[in-house]
Design a binder for this molecule. Structure first.
Ligand code: NAD
Ligand code: TYD
Length: 351
């Protein structure tokens, strides 16, 4: 395998930390640079087990700072980029859309410019791989799946900012011949996810016997994928896809929010030796999220056919592993929810 230097942005976040770990371990001949601003969502504790690896370097930097990025690109000459750094939570995007424009759009543009300016004389062997979301496609009705040709129709400031960044990546491919790949993935879950997202928030609240805030009627549907299946797909796409392609990633695994919450209640009642049905009593229907997308579901046939990927984790098995991980890592969880999280929780849920 040829040696490569790979810049992974957002590697201290949820998906990024799984990807950094996979690449450090799978490719000892690559050098993995993890560039992360360490926002509230970035946590170097997510990478304690690999931080001393000889093929790993952490760089604290903000992708909104073009000047700093240029210096880093000159210094390290990153050959390839897998770009995950982003503001990633829909509810926060409703409160502060501009933060999403800055990081997700301007930050992506800064990276594209730095990458283009470094390699434009010869892009051969270089790749800008942009990690995106299925939320750019908007919302589905009862039927149908998102394919790679579904028109973009984002409904939240988060998905609008991700859609915009996808368009810029594609436009740089057309305009400057910059070699890119984009993948759009469905909702991820698993260890190290920040407890503002549905599954870890519910796990934490069930453990703490707090109310379980369900938006609207709870029948909103998401297509859940275990995070390790996502990073495996990224690995396979990075190594096998042709530049200029886009891929949808998802596990054909649709669940209504209430069904997911009930499953978590059942697993935790069993693991915590509570009487069956105890935690479900915490379910609390609250005011709906504005612009709430009803249903997401991904058709990943292209990825299966062309790259040979399919998910390895069954949902119930993945939830068991995830719940057990949060129970075993209470220190990690308590650390995270001790600071700004409390303020966020109070303002989001008026508690
Ligand atoms: P996350 O919020 O857990 O992590 C984001 C990381 O980016 C953090 O480490 C944070 O410190 C870093 N970051 C934020 N702003 C930055 C900036 N200005 N400069 C440098 N670093 C910055 O997010 P995640 O859930 O791991 O998502 C990672 C990527 O995958 C995002 O691009 C997201 O849009 C995409 N995605 C996520 C999901 C999902 O279900 N979580 C699904 C599909 C796609
Ligand atoms: P989330 O994890 O925020 O992901 P996304 O909105 O990007 O899909 O939310 C998943 C689903 O769970 C979504 O339909 C909103 C819902 N939800 C709740 O009902 N209550 C909550 O407290 C949260 C965070 C989400």
């Amino acid at each position: 395998m040829p040696s490569k230097s790979i810049l992974i942005t957002g590697g201290a976040g949820f998906i990024g930390s799984h990807l950094v770990r996979l690449f450090i371990k799978s490719y000892p001949d690559y050098h993995i640079y993890n560039l992360d601003a360490l926002t509230y969502a970035g946590n170097l504790e997510n990478l304690r087990d690999v931080e001393k690896a000889p093929n790993y370097t952490f760089i604290k930097a903000d992708i909104t700072n073009q000047h700093h990025l240029e210096e880093l690109f000159q210094k390290f000459k990153f050959e390839n980029i897998i770009h995950l750094a982003a503001e990633s939570h829909v509810d926060r995007s409703i409160t502060d859309p501009l933060a999403f424009v800055k990081t997700n759009i301007v930050g992506t543009l800064n990276l594209l410019n730095s990458f283009r300016d470094l390699w434009r004389s010869d892009f051969e062997g270089h790749l800008f791989y942009h990690i995106s979301t299925d939320e750019v496609y908007g919302s589905l009705g009862e039927e149908g799946l998102f394919t790679e040709t579904t028109p973009y129709s984002p409904n939240s400031p988060y998905s609008a900012s991700k859609a915009s960044s996808d368009h810029f990546v594609r436009a740089y491919g057309e305009t400057y011949d910059l070699p890119y790949i984009i993948s759009n993935c469905s909702n991820n879950y698993g260890p190290f996810q920040f407890p503002e997202k549905l599954i870890p928030l519910m796990i934490n609240n069930i453990i703490e016997e707090k109310k379980l805030p369900v938006y609207g009627d709870g029948k909103y549907t998401r297509d859940w994928l275990y995070v390790e299946d996502h990073v495996k797909a990224i690995d396979m796409i990075f190594h096998n896809a042709k530049p200029g392609e886009t891929y949808n990633i998802g596990g054909l695994n649709e669940w209504k929010n209430l069904e997911v919450i009930r499953l978590l209640c059942q697993i935790l009642d069993r693991k915590l030796n509570r009487e069956a049905g105890t935690s479900e009593k915490l379910i609390n229907f609250i005011k709906d999220r504005p612009g709430h997308d009803r249903r997401y579901a991904i058709d990943s046939a292209k990825l299966k056919l062309e790259i040979g990927w399919s998910p390895a984790h069954d949902f119930k098995e993945g939830l068991e592993i995830t719940v057990q991980w949060y129970l075993d890592n209470q220190k990690w969880l308590k650390h995270i929810i001790s600071g700004d999280y409390r303020k966020y929780y109070k303002s989001q849920y008026s508690e």
